[in-house]
Write a protein of this length. Structure first.
Length: 89
């Protein structure tokens, strides 16, 4: 499946925090493909995967004409968003 990044995501990958935390396009793609936690809200999906021992990486994306379009991503403390998604199920 083809995965496309918005300009926002491309710019964010070049920022200091993303570089410091070793967040790259491969990591984002892996989280989308192998996400342990997946939430859906309207037409957006929220995939969460492990970033390191203390942090998770959340990836917000949507499907457009058979292509996954990554809207944004952000690191968060483990458990912060996972529990909210699981509660909605």
């Amino acid at each position: 499946m083809k995965i496309k990044f918005t300009k926002h995501v491309e710019n964010k990958l070049k920022e200091g925090d993303s570089i410091k935390l070793k967040i790259n396009s491969k990591k984002i793609k892996d989280i989308i493909k192998k996400s342990a936690i997946l939430g859906e809200k309207l037409d957006q999906h929220h995939s969460i995967g492990e970033l390191n021992q203390k942090l998770s990486l959340s990836v917000i994306w949507k499907m457009e004409r058979g292509i996954i379009k990554v809207i944004t991503f952000y690191p968060s403390r483990k458990g912060r968003y996972e529990s909210k998604i699981l509660q909605r199920r």
